[in-house]
Design a protein around this ligand. Structure first.
Ligand SMILES: NC(=O)c1ccc[n+]([C@@H]2O[C@H](COP(=O)([O-])OP(=O)(O)OC[C@H]3O[C@@H](n4cnc5c(N)ncnc54)[C@H](O)[C@@H]3O)[C@@H](O)[C@H]2O)c1
Ligand SMILES: [Zn+2]
Length: 367
């Protein structure tokens, strides 16, 4: 086990221990005990993940002397709600959970955000352990301490920064991921490579996630986590460089919202958003056609969409959704553009006309 995150007393950057491996779920309890987590362990998961990995998780905790309890909820984005949190608070209260106890979030980004939010708020905050089970959660949502639930008004409007004491990343979980989910999470991997890691991008240009050996998967995921940890350490509360992680997300979030979260998985929308952000960068003269082509080809190689379906949402609707996203600063949208691989920049002066032109282009079937 290695500790990569910051160690200062500031709660936003409290140390998160990271454990990486292939088949290390069995060591979950030992890793927790080594960190001094002494109370009971309350595992929160969704039904799909719980069915596969619930028993092994409970056994790993019992072996280390914990008295664990497990709650499997119906998954999906709608679970990330005040009502969903309230049910978990009631369960914890019925179980007489105490300040010294720990919540273990076993699942994808939905479970990590919801269980993390419950951990951040129950009894004013109890310890959290993240056990992310899909690519998106392993490289992104389980790292960096953001937790949230949705309101009817929008996604992630209520939340807290509550870093996990431990994040245990086991690539063995990825064996049971449906291919579409694996590919969707891979969009965040490609995003990380484009942002920070040209050699990793070169490797990924010729590799598909389902073609990688577990050892290689572990290497790629570890590298992405290390980049995210580095950025989060520099900027835990997203006032500066952490915003770079939103590459592809201005358009991506807008496409998801304009399609009412029905058409594209998050990573698929991000893949389209990465293509769009690259095209805006190209039209502003920041990158050449050759690089834009390489980025699009790498997304396509992984089976990700690079254009959106205008029968599901028009360019105007996507632009309107972008403007109403909470990340918009007043009337000005914030864009992450690239000047090259490993060379991103944050800009706010992209004219809406250019955005609309690119959204038009992005909704034409690709040649
Ligand atoms: N906190 C953050 O920093 C952050 C960052 C990015 C995304 N998010 C949030 O993450 C959420 C999306 O996460 P998601 O896409 O992981 O959704 P999700 O948690 O619903 O997982 C997607 C599906 O994968 C299944 N799954 C997970 N692991 C599996 C496994 N090993 N085998 C088989 N199936 C498995 C789940 O049961 C679910 O059906 C959004 O709510 C988003 O806001 C948060
Ligand atoms: Zn994302």
């Amino acid at each position: 086990m290695i500790a990569l995150a910051g160690t200062d007393a500031d709660t936003h950057t409290a140390a998160t221990a990271l454990a990486f491996g292939d088949g290390i779920l069995g060591a979950l309890g030992q890793n927790m005990a080594a960190l001094g987590l002494a109370g009971r362990a309350f595992v929160i998961t969704d039904e799909r993940v719980g069915e596969r990995y619930g028993d092994a998780t409970m056994a790993a905790l019992e072996r280390a002397g914990y008295r664990p309890a497990l709650r499997a909820i119906a998954g999906g984005e709608t679970a990330k709600s005040l009502a969903g949190a309230a049910k978990l608070y009631s369960w914890l209260a019925d179980e007489r959970a105490e300040r010294r106890d720990t919540i273990v979030a076993l699942g994808g980004g939905v479970i990590g955000d919801l269980a993390g939010f419950v951990a951040a708020t129950y009894l004013r905050g109890i310890a959290l352990v993240q056990v992310p089970t899909n690519v998106l959660a392993q490289v992104d949502s389980a790292i960096g301490g953001k937790t949230a639930i949705n309101l009817p008004h929008g996604k992630n409007l209520v939340g807290a920064f509550h870093p996990a004491r431990l994040t245990l990343i086991d690539v063995a979980f990825l064996d049971s991921l449906p291919l579409r989910e694996l590919r969707s999470g891979w969009a965040e991997v490609l995003k990380t490579a484009i942002l920070f890691d040209p050699p990793l991008f070169e490797l990924l240009e010729t590799a598909q996630p389902h073609g990688l050996e577990r050892r290689q998967l572990l290497d790629v995921i570890t590298r992405c986590v290390q980049w995210k940890v580095k950025i989060v350490k520099e900027d835990p509360t997203e006032k500066g460089p952490r915003m770079l992680l939103n590459l592809g997300h201005t358009i991506g979030h807008a496409i998801e919202a304009a399609c009412r979260y029905e058409t594209y998985l998050h990573g698929e929308a991000v893949a389209i958003g990465l293509t769009g952000a690259t095209e805006i960068s190209r039209r502003r003269g920041l990158v050449d056609q050759a690089l834009a082509g390489r980025i699009e080809a790498s997304l396509r190689l992984d089976g990700l969409p690079v254009r959106f379906d205008r029968t599901k949402a028009t360019p105007e609707q996507v632009l309107a959704a972008a403007a109403s996203d909470k990340k918009a600063q007043g009337a000005r949208l914030r864009w992450i553009l690239i000047r090259g691989l490993g060379d991103p920049e944050i800009v706010t002066d992209v004219p809406p006309e250019l955005v609309l032109d690119v959204l038009e282009w992005l909704s034409e079937p690709a040649a």
